[in-house]
Structures are given as C-alpha cells and as structure tokens.
Design a protein around this ligand. Structure first.
Ligand code: SF4
Ligand code: SF4
Ligand SMILES: [Zn+2]
Length: 275
C-alpha cells in the first residue's frame, strides 16, 4: 500500500491510497473517524444556570465543542497512572462565569491549560437576558469517536475509487459528452475527446458522458468508457480543528498497524498452543 498526499494543511488532507483493497480503504476510513483520540468535555458541574436552557442541553452543547488537542501530552483516563482519579495528564478543567445580557460562547470557557482551548471562540452556547447567569465547571478527557461523536476529530472523512476514462477509436469528437459532463472533465481535441489536464481526479464516475455518447446514435457501445480502479482510492479528510488533518491520517494508520500486530500475536499464540 502507498499513500501520496495531494493537498495537506491543518484543516484538510487529500491523498491517494494505492495498492489497497476496498476493505483496507474502508478500515482506514473507519479508523480515522472512530479510533483517533481527541479531547472533549465529558463532566459538567453546573453551579448556577438561570438561562432558558436546561442543564442537560447546556452540557450537551458544551460537550460538542472541538478542543485543540496535543496528543503527546495526554493519555486516556483509564490508562493514566492516577487510576481514573483525574490529573493534568488525563484531563483539562474549564470554568465559565457569565452574567447577562449577552451571548455565552465557547470563548467564555477559561482553560486551566493555556495551550488547550476551544478550536473556535465564537461557538454560541446560550443567550442570556438581563439578570440571567451561568456558572459552570467542565472537565475534558481524551477518548475516541467510537465512544461518542464528540470525540470524533473529523467532520468529513470519505473516499472514492480512482476514475479511469478510456476513449476508443469510435469517437468522432462531436463534443456531446463534453457538454453533458457536470464537472468539466472532458474537452474536444481535434477529432477526438480527451481528459482536461489535472481534472481526472474530479470525475464523480456518474457516467453521464457514456449516456450522452450513446444518445448520439453511435450504436450500442459508447466511445467513452468510465471505470473505477478497484485498488486505488482518493481520500478526503477534514479536521474539526482539534488535530491537524495529517495527524488524523497518521493516527488512523497507527491504529490499524497496532490492531494488526495484536491479531498476529494472538494467532501465533493459538498456533503455539495447538502444537
Ligand atoms: S463520469 Fe461524469 S464526471 Fe466523469 S467524465 Fe463522465 S460525465 Fe464527467
Ligand atoms: S459523445 Fe462520444 S463520440 Fe462524441 S466526443 Fe464524446 S466520446 Fe466522442
Ligand atoms: Zn490522570
């Protein structure tokens, strides 16, 4: 298997996975969605809430705020040496005290750790009127999306099969497929049609071009054929800001490798026992 990054920055990673089966591509997708750890608020103590929202609704909204996470500094609570009591290695405490009138936002959460804060300070939590008040303590822990969506580091994570476009000698360059293509993939060049430079990966495999070609009366078989390469996949991974997009990819791969190693070890133990 090989990964080649096309675009990568903190918010989005686009890459090609080649030499892989569909099952492997899907395993990577699922690992990036469900098995990459990130911080999210889990425990909320509400000391005062005279806003229009119930405590439970507020706690839910606070839990969904993405939090900037440095994975090198935190461990999961169940794996921490504090044995689940809570310490700076496995938790971050936030406090919030706001009096109305005004809108309470994620930026009102004050973190005990200056490097661990909400990704966006403008996420609205609740609107307070005159004399309404909110006093909250919230504790964030590390966990994964398979436990709850609030620990999911990706807001979009998916792939498509790599498009393969073939044009036969039957093509007369009439241009009907070019007009039909919704993504401007094709162009007429001389007496034939071809893929516009750099546009192949944008093809959605919709096959409207094939239908347009048949519609020209060319016969039973289109002069353009759209296929999918079953061993190459185009991935798009968008981060919610808690982790850089490339780190989400790396952590997803690390998880698959770890689970594969564990499986191999278990199989070796079973085969040793059977001898
Ligand atoms: S399959 Fe769809 S997107 Fe791709 S070239 Fe044909 S019409 Fe365009
Ligand atoms: S519609 Fe068919 S014949 Fe016309 S340009 Fe496209 S592939 Fe060629
Ligand atoms: Zn701890």
């Amino acid at each position: 298997m090989e990964i080649v990054f096309g675009r990568v920055d903190d918010s989005i990673a686009r890459f090609t996975l080649s030499g892989a089966s569909e099952a492997s591509a899907n395993a990577l997708r699922r690992a990036m969605i469900g098995e990459v750890p990130t911080l999210a608020i889990e425990d909320v103590r509400i000391y005062d809430n005279t806003s229009v929202l119930f405590d439970e609704m507020l706690a839910h909204r606070i839990g969904m705020i993405p939090i900037k996470t440095d994975l090198s500094r935190f461990v999961r609570k169940d794996a921490c040496k504090c044995e689940g009591v809570g310490c700076p290695l496995c938790r971050v405490i936030f406090t919030l005290t706001v009096e109305g009138p005004g809108t309470v936002t994620s930026g009102d959460l004050v973190s005990e750790d200056p490097e661990t804060a909400p990704v966006d300070t403008n996420i609205p939590l609740v609107k307070l009127w005159e004399d309404q008040k909110l006093v909250i303590e919230a504790v964030a822990y590390l966990n994964t999306g398979s436990e709850h969506a609030k620990w999911q580091a990706t807001i979009a994570c998916g792939y498509k099969q790599y498009p393969v476009i073939e044009i036969t000698d039957q093509c007369d360059g009439c241009g009907m497929c070019v007009e039909e293509c919704p993504r401007a993939i094709l162009e007429v060049k001389g007496q034939t049609v071809r893929v516009v430079d750099g546009r192949l990966e944008v093809c959605s495999l919709c096959k409207l071009c094939e239908k347009a070609c048949i519609g020209t009366g060319i016969g039973d078989e289109s002069a353009i054929h759209i296929k999918a390469d079953k061993t190459t996949y185009l991935f798009t991974v968008e981060s919610d800001g808690s982790l850089p997009a490339q780190q989400i990819v790396e952590e997803g791969i690390r998880y698959i490798r770890k689970r594969s190693d564990e499986l191999i070890e278990s199989l070796q133990e079973i085969s040793m026992e059977g001898q």
